[in-house]
Design a protein around this ligand. Structure first.
Ligand code: SF4
Length: 495
């Protein structure tokens, strides 16, 4: 039996897909690069934007025919949309076999087996934490941890891996679906995290990204001893083979001084911090239920740059949030200029029915105004990214080589049509392409492994493009920067 996974959304979803694939492979399933010959198609979904959900529903619509042509085939919908929509998925696409929330992934293989054996629809979702406020314990228990074994072949690059250190979120920002879709905040034990880091190192992993919705809120108490993120970084720093550790995403008010000192002092910690500000006006931040003012955010930015010289800070922003005036929007522009972010991920506000913002405020900023503000903020951010990158001109930087650049991989793919059916919906830039073939495989297949345009990343997460043999993939190299753009450093290998 063969399966294919399509992933939409954030890095947590990318990791869930990797773990789901590992669980299925361990149960004897084979992963496919395309959906063509699959017996099981899984959609790992996102609910953050309406657009992402609609794309999934139309992708499901396109599968109706496939399902009738292939009796016995299974369609599974997992991820945040599965948890949020529950039975609605079956109503909108009655030929779907499995709907499984992120808190129930430990039952995935069992549900697949049951669906295959019975042909009956299977639903596994956690309790709704807003409907069942009277059952906090049961709700928490219904969002179960999912830590199957790590298989190197399920990662796009063996030498890079994500490690989840916590589940869920308790911040309740008014616009966000995550606290209901992924449940209450629950931290994994330091022992389990450390064990996983060691396993990954044994598999050849050099770089680990620790994941959590508010990763710097990590706190685990056992036998009277509290472990925080700074302690975890110190523990992972001792794991032989792990050369780089970063963590995403941080919540501004939980960025303690000891954590910043750990990032500065530990050899494996990297000076890259993703700390979403979301807005530059304190009134809007209050409506968003963020727990800080813009002054406090600026103070944090100052503290980061003072503690970690050369730190790269990145942020998320929402433009066009309910009631956002032109003056309030300009304060976001001011914040971007003040903080000099390496880059920002900018989103137009998308109302999500049922969450606090939708209940309390009107989504009253016209679409064209949202679009204009999005473009204006992006232009300012690009100008700053360009200026910050220019400071690297002439410098020699150490990079971890990730493989052929996208342009190179694309041209090879066109030549070989290796990726003809690799359709990604709205995957993040770095999401695995789900085709089971790395770009290096593709280049080797076409005999072009000695002269490729490669990319790598600096410790501060800047992308570097240079020419070199693909055999450098997965090694650390020194590159002299000879040209820059707002998004990329271009360099030459240093002998
Ligand atoms: S911190 Fe806010 S935006 Fe981030 S996941 Fe939690 S509720 Fe959502």
């Amino acid at each position: 039996m063969k399966f294919y996974i399509e992933t939409v959304g954030c890095q947590l979803n990318v990791l869930d897909s990797e773990l789901a694939a590992a669980a299925l492979i361990s149960a004897g399933w084979e992963r496919l690069a395309t959906r063509k010959d699959a017996d099981l198609i899984l959609f790992n979904t996102c609910s953050v934007r309406e657009h992402a959900e609609e794309k999934i529903y139309s992708a499901l619509g396109r599968l109706k025919h496939w399902k009738t042509q292939k009796p016995g085939s299974i369609i599974a919908v997992m991820g945040c949309m599965a948890q949020k929509d529950k039975n609605v998925v079956f109503q909108r696409a009655p030929y779907v076999d499995i709907v499984i929330g992120p808190g129930k992934l430990d039952q995935l293989v069992e549900l697949v087996n049951r669906a295959v054996a019975t042909g009956e629809p299977q639903l596994a979702v956690s309790l709704d934490r807003f409907e069942r406020r009277d059952l906090p314990r049961e709700t928490r228990a219904s969002f179960r941890q999912f830590d199957p074994i790590r298989l190197p072949e399920t990662r796009p690059r063996v030498f890079q891996a994500m490690v989840r250190i916590m589940f869920g979120c308790d911040k309740f920002c008014s616009y966000c679906v995550v606290p209901s879709a992924r449940g209450p905040e629950q931290c994994r034990s330091p022992r389990a995290i450390l064990e996983e880091a060691r396993t990954l190192a044994e598999q050849g992993c050099l770089e680990i990204t620790l994941l959590g919705q508010t990763v710097n809120s990590y706190r685990y108490v056992e036998n009277g001893k509290t472990t925080r993120l700074a302690d975890l970084l110190e523990m992972i720093d001792q794991v032989p083979g792990i050369r780089r550790v970063r963590f995403v995403s941080s919540y501004p008010t939980d960025m303690s001084d000891d954590l910043l000192a750990a990032v500065r002092d530990l050899p494996s910690s990297t000076p890259y911090l993703h700390v979403p500000a979301q807005h530059g006006d304190s009134g809007v931040l209050q409506r968003m239920r963020r727990r800080y003012t813009v002054e406090e955010y600026k103070e944090l930015v100052d503290r980061i740059y003072e503690t970690i010289p050369g730190a790269a800070i990145t942020s998320d922003f929402i433009v066009g949030f309910c009631g956002e005036t032109e003056e309030e929007f300009q304060k976001t522009v001011d914040l971007v200029r003040y903080a000099r972010f390496k880059n920002s991920f900018i989103f137009k506000y998308s109302e999500r029915p049922g969450n606090e913002a939708a209940k309390l405020y009107e989504d009253d900023v016209p679409e064209e105004v949202k679009k204009r503000r999005n473009n204006e903020l992006l232009a300012v951010q690009n100008e700053i990214s360009g200026e910050e990158n220019r400071r690297f001109l002439g410098q020699t930087v150490e990079i971890l080589v990730e493989g052929p650049s996208k342009r190179e991989a694309r041209s090879v793919a066109q030549e070989e049509t290796l990726y003809a059916e690799c359709e990604t919906l709205d995957a993040p830039e770095d999401a695995p392409r789900g085709d089971g073939l790395t770009s290096v495989d593709a280049l080797v297949a076409t005999g072009r492994s000695n002269d490729a345009q490669l990319t790598g990343r600096t410790a501060c997460d800047r992308i570097v493009v240079f020419n070199g043999p693909t055999s450098l993939t997965g090694t650390f190299q020194r590159v002299r920067v000879v040209e820059t753009s707002p998004f990329t450093l271009f360099g030459e290998l240093v002998e």
